[in-house]
Design a protein around this ligand. Structure first.
Ligand code: WTA
Length: 651
């Protein structure tokens, strides 16, 4: 990390969009951005209402915002159907036969779905859900591979007012159980499996395992993707292809309240189990739509590709809702970036003429490692705009992306946002913002971002502090599902009336925001949020483990790697086999992304005299190899000395 911060501090290369790009962009000068930004934070309601009007509302709102911190209602009294905005609007109009989704499966199968076809598919699946007895506000768990049916299932839920809760296909059956229990879901949509690096991810088996523990599920609809043998529970499980045969392709969408719940998506926090972030309809759709319009500057002839999975917020906002609300053509890909080799993405960009490409720094770093000859083999001249999301992008990765992928001509939008913010918050606008490698630059319209110190004062230029948003915005989360107190405490209690993001940041003299990383016990592993508490609780759940402490260390590829310190129960011997078993155990409880990269046995953990584990010291130890910070509160220094030796020995 120290190296990265160092290079951030000295970074002074500035890249401006080309005249060619600017002349065609919606926002083409800094003067235009500044004027509109000022207006948008002086009078956010005027700005957001003007943008929201571009969507299709069945009933106009009576009030733009009802704000009593931390409770926001946007477009009060307004009624709309989110799915109708993403699908029907285009299917009925001039985009009827335009490709909505160009899909490529990992094995190489392809499918093009037009807006009219998407409309019929979504209507059919909405009718299937209705036939299963799904009602407005019921929770439907979606556990799917990255295939068009994942988006179809989500849109069908939105269409009938059901609340989807998508679980990333890489999560384990135990993670499914937690999410089922917390959301009280009554229905599941899944597939037999999905393809990942040539292997089948056994999605249905995982669901079966979960449903042994959670009894509240009335139906499971299974899409046939991989075709291997799976078990189907009588009376509960049915095939997608059988179900859609039995229903009509016509469905009249009803209008729902602007604040009708749209989805719950679980994300990691610093304590306890993942929290269910709740998003609602009108405001969320407005936020995702408007950011697609200005940040990606989507035009009708663009071919857009976001490489995220629908299991994460990026997939929700920038594969499903935003781009479809814009009526753009997008590419969707099922599998891994290195299947069959690291040329897959570049080959697809060439093949489909992708013009806007949105990916994560962790992927870029993997491509750099794989070698320049992979992108060099392909014609990437269709690209006009690149995006980055998920973690701070290190200047080296930024430069490589700019030169090797963008051919030096494509602006890069480094977009900072979160599951909770619903849409992009801090970002360059591609037609005007001067970019520097490593900064997400300036706040988006309507976003009043600031960096505060502990007393609530705004930090001076280049001084590090906490990132906050001082005014509500339409796509902000409305709640942690079922836990109002936690919502208030987590996001709205540090500074009165302001949202605390949990990230540390600084602003340079030009006002650019440099995001440093999480301030809480949340790791960012390959752009995915992971709570250290979650991993610790998984480890302690193993019968051999007495105690565990988990911290992150910098990793060239993943951004952060997971390091676990484990104290075994008395009498249990340390062994490489047990080390392996514990790593696998975490994989089984949470999912493969949570498996500790390093697992050290520790006869004891460093603690304060009152018995608190000092993770700060462990973090320093795994980052620098020694501990130089304040250790006066440590109960027994020999514990640290001991671990220091161990870590040095493991290298
Ligand atoms: C980090 C992903 C720096 C940040 C959309 C945030 C970033 C967390 C960036 C949210 C960026 C995301 N630069 N850091 N461009 N984008 N982050 O909820 O720490 O999965 O708080 O949302 O990722 O992760 P989440």
């Amino acid at each position: 990390m120290s190296n990265k911060i160092e290079s951030h501090l000295v970074e002074d290369r500035v890249f401006k969009p080309t005249k060619e790009f600017s002349s065609k962009a919606r926002i083409s000068s800094m003067a235009q951005y500044k004027k509109l930004w000022q207006e948008s934070v002086d009078k956010p309601e005027t700005f957001w209402a003007r943008e929201a009007k571009e969507l299709e509302w069945r009933a106009k709102w009576t009030k733009v915002l009802d704000w009593k911190a931390p409770d926001a209602k946007w477009f009060v009294g307004g009624k709309l159907n989110v799915c109708e905005n993403c699908v029907d609007r285009h299917a009925k109009g001039s985009r009827r036969n335009k490709a909505a989704i160009i899909f490529e499966g990992e094995p190489g199968d392809r499918q093009v779905i037009t807006y009219a076809q998407l409309h019929r598919a979504v209507c059919r699946f909405a009718n299937v859900l209705l036939a299963k007895g799904v009602k407005s506000k019921d929770r439907v768990l979606v556990y799917m591979p990255m295939i068009p049916e994942a988006a179809i299932a989500m849109l069908a839920c939105a269409r009938i007012g059901a609340v989807h809760s998508v679980v990333f296909g890489g999560f384990s059956s135990e993670s499914i159980v937690d999410r089922l229990e917390d959301s009280g879901a009554t229905h599941v949509v899944t597939a037999d499996g999905g393809w990942r690096r040539g292997k089948i991810v056994p999605l249905k088996d995982n669901v079966d395992e979960a449903l042994k523990k959670y009894k509240g599920i009335k139906s499971v609809v299974v899409f046939k993707r991989t075709g291997q043998e799976i078990s189907m529970a009588k009376g509960r499980d049915t095939w997608w292809h059988d179900e859609i045969e039995q229903v009509s392709a016509k469905h009249e969408a009803k209008a729902f309240d602007s604040e009708h719940p749209l989805f719950i998506l679980y994300t990691s926090g610093s304590t306890g189990k993942p929290k269910g972030i709740l998003h609602t309809s009108g405001g969320y759709l407005t936020g995702t739509y408007v950011t697609c319009k200005y940040v990606f500057d989507m035009q009708d002839d663009d071919v857009y590709w976001c490489t995220a999975d629908v299991g994460w917020i990026t997939g929700h906002s920038y594969i499903v809702y935003g781009p479809l609300a814009m009526g753009v053509t997008q590419v969707m890909y099922e599998g891994a970036p290195n299947q069959p080799d690291f040329g897959r993405f570049w080959q697809m960009i060439e093949e489909y003429g992708v013009s806007i490409f949105y990916t994560a720094p962790t992927a870029i770093r993997a491509f750099i490692k794989a070698g320049d000859h992979f992108p060099a083999k392909h014609d990437l001249s269709s690209l006009r705009l690149l995006g980055s999301v998920g973690e701070p992008i290190n200047p080296e990765a930024w430069m490589w992306y700019h030169e090797k992928i963008g051919g030096g001509r494509c602006p890069i939008v480094d977009t900072w946002w979160q599951t909770e913010t619903g849409a992009i918050m801090i970002t360059p606008l591609p037609g005007c913002t001067p970019t520097k490698p490593g900064t997400a630059t300036l706040p988006f319209f309507g976003v009043d971002a600031a960096i505060l110190d502990e007393t609530g004062q705004e930090c001076k230029a280049n001084e590090g502090g906490r990132l906050v948003i001082r005014k509500p915005w339409p796509s902000m989360t409305r709640a942690i599902y079922g836990d109002k107190a936690r919502y208030k405490k987590t996001y709205w209690s540090d500074y009165k009336g302001m949202y605390t993001a949990g990230d540390g940041a600084r602003r340079d003299k030009q006002g650019n925001f440099w995001i440093v990383g999480r301030l809480d016990d949340v790791l960012n592993v390959s752009g995915h949020r992971l709570g250290t508490a979650e991993v610790e609780s998984a480890l302690v759940g193993h019968p051999a483990v007495a105690e565990a402490a988990v911290v992150g260390r910098p990793d060239d590829l993943k951004g952060q790697a997971v390091v676990a310190f484990v104290t075994l129960k008395a009498g249990i011997p340390e062994s490489p086999a047990l080390q392996k078993e514990l790593r696998e155990h975490v994989g089984k409880v949470i999912g493969a992304i949570a498996k500790p990269d390093d697992l050290h046995f520790a006869p004891a953990l460093p603690k304060t005299r009152s018995g608190k584990i000092m993770r700060r010291l462990l973090k320093e130890l795994v980052t620098t190899g020694t501990v130089s910070g304040n250790t006066t509160t440590l109960e027994d220094f020999s514990v640290i000395a001991n671990l220091q030796e161990k870590i040095a020995g493991a290298k």
